[in-house]
Design a protein around this ligand. Structure first.
Ligand code: CA
Length: 513
């Protein structure tokens, strides 16, 4: 395959079909490239064929991962021929950062797309890389310097915390760009970040710390600040534990959801099971309090309390919001309504390990205010609203978040966006836009229009200068599009014109609230 690739490239040069200085190095020749702190574990020309997770790719490599694709397409099955580089990066003595870079052997679109992680990372995002490669990008991903989807790696490994926080991503960017330049004989014309969830945190950390790394950044459902998200989850879990009779049966969750829709569905002008702007929805669960005997049609007092806990912002003693509550409309997916926890959950690692460096730390000692302050010292997160350097670089930041996110309550993303405007001034729409998606769950899924080509919108913006005034989105059932809607730049919302199908985006326009 390497030979045929070489011949194809050679023919391009001989024909003079392009002025690009292609074929500066073959994939094979990249092995000889000396990059400081980089050791190659594989440099190989891969023939076109079905996607197979690379051998030794580790846990979860070929399995389901957090849905972080920018395109919402079905998982890819076939990959074009490409040069695969697998490497281990060692920017510190304790670093073991795994990265992969795949570069199309033909028809490179002259762009670099790095894809982000989910949860605690610990795996390379191969499926997302595969989708980017199929679209013609040189693409890379890192495991962020550890294996495994929890925080135990960080015990007694401060350098690995730094790798997870920001260094693995940035180092992977630097080495990817060097390899791309060596392979193609030229830099990528544009570099993009595409991440959701933890990938959204990585996006915000990148634009804050390394504003020149990317020309355009997709930040979906950002888990930033990670420490605050996890601490709020712990606080909520403990409040639920202290309300042991509060679990709702599935039938009661249905009752709750119906009552929420009864109150708030029509506020956006269309009765469609979606709440266009949950910020306008003021539903009081006490309205469902059983007046007589307990039944599926009402909530007991402890169950009303559970709903209040799940919907409430988590605040410090002085009233600072650590993270917003879950939004009305997504009740059917909110596990906290149904299950009283017995443990504080996966976010506890952020407190006991990143904070206290003690795997046996007793969660009964949890104190939101002091534990957040302690764990924040780990330096995981972006804490500034001043993104002036990224703006000056010419970068575009496209954020999105589902209003029915069942993993990361979305109000925090609105607050981040507002924080940037308060810090940098009200008019930032030439480089920053936020798209809130009614009815969309975590990164994708749900009753809302979760399928939309955010990368194309970002590229038209950065490369063509056309800011996304709206993004066309679809809801797909059984492979069929059954609803389209425009997604609107916050704070605009999609408003029904009053005529035409409510399943057709053409019947809606984006308007200020
Ligand atoms: Ca509605």
């Amino acid at each position: 395959m390497r030979t045929s690739t070489f011949l194809i490239r050679l023919s391009v040069v001989v024909c003079g079909a392009t002025s690009l200085a292609f074929a500066q190095n073959t994939c094979e020749q990249l092995k000889a490239l000396a990059l400081p702190g980089v050791s190659f574990t594989a440099v190989e020309a891969v023939a076109a064929g079905p996607y197979v997770a690379p051998a030794g790719a580790g846990r979860g490599a070929g399995g389901p991962v957090a849905p972080a694709r920018g395109r919402g397409a079905a998982p890819p099955q076939m990959l074009p021929a490409h040069c695969r580089v697998a490497a281990t990066l060692k920017p510190s003595s304790d670093s073991v950062i795994k990265m992969e870079l795949w570069m199309p052997a033909e028809n490179w679109n002259r762009k670099f797309e790095m894809v982000g992680n989910g949860g605690w990372a610990g795996i390379i995002s191969f499926p997302q890389m595969a989708a980017a490669l199929r679209d013609g990008y040189a693409t890379s991903s890192t495991d962020t310097g550890h294996e495994g989807g929890n925080g135990l790696f960080a015990l007694d490994h401060p350098e690995k915390i730094t790798d997870f926080a920001w260094r693995a991503v940035h180092e992977t960017v630097v080495q990817s760009k060097a390899l791309i330049a060596a392979y193609y004989g030229g830099n990528p014309k544009y570099s993009y970040w595409n991440g959701c969830s933890t990938g959204g945190r990585q996006a915000l950390v990148e634009v804050t710390k390394f504003p020149d790394d990317f020309d355009g950044v997709l930040a979906g459902a950002p888990a930033n600040p990670h420490i605050h998200l996890h601490a709020a989850g712990v606080e909520r879990s403990i409040e639920l534990m202290n309300n042991p009779q509060g679990a709702l049966s599935p039938a009661k969750v249905e009752t709750l959801h119906k009552a929420v829709l009864e109150t708030c569905d029509k506020l956006d002008g269309v009765k469609d099971g979606l709440i266009g702007d949950p910020q306008k929805c003021h539903f009081d669960p006490a309205a469902l309090l059983c007046k007589g005997a307990d039944s599926d049609a009402c909530l007991t007092a402890p169950q009303v309390e559970t709903v209040k806990i799940v919907f409430a912002d988590v605040k410090t003693k002085t009233g600072e919001i650590i993270w917003t509550g879950f939004e009305p409309g997504g009740e059917l997916q909110y596990a906290s309504l149904r299950n009283i926890p017995t443990q504080p959950g996966g976010g506890w690692d952020s407190i006991r390990i990143l904070g206290h460096q003690n795997a046996n730390y007793d969660f009964h000692k949890f104190d939101l205010d002091s534990d957040v302050a302690l764990a924040d010292k780990s330096g995981i997160d972006a804490h500034t609203f001043d993104l002036t350097p990224f703006k000056k670089h010419g970068g575009k930041l496209l954020m999105y978040h589902g209003w029915a996110d069942q993993a990361i309550p979305p109000g925090n993303t609105v607050n981040f966006y507002e924080g940037v405007l308060q810090t940098m001034g009200k008019k930032q729409e030439d480089w920053l836009r936020l798209f809130m998606v009614p009815g969309m769950q975590h990164c994708s899924g749900g009753a809302g229009t979760d399928q939309f080509n955010k990368m194309a919108a970002l590229e038209r913006w950065r490369e063509g200068g056309t800011a996304p005034a709206q993004i066309l989105a679809a809801h797909v059932s059984n492979g069929q599009v059954d609803m389209t809607r425009p997604l609107c730049p916050y704070p605009q919302v999609a408003v029904y014109s009053g005529t035409g199908s409510t399943n057709d985006a053409a019947s809606f326009s984006c308007k200020a609230p």
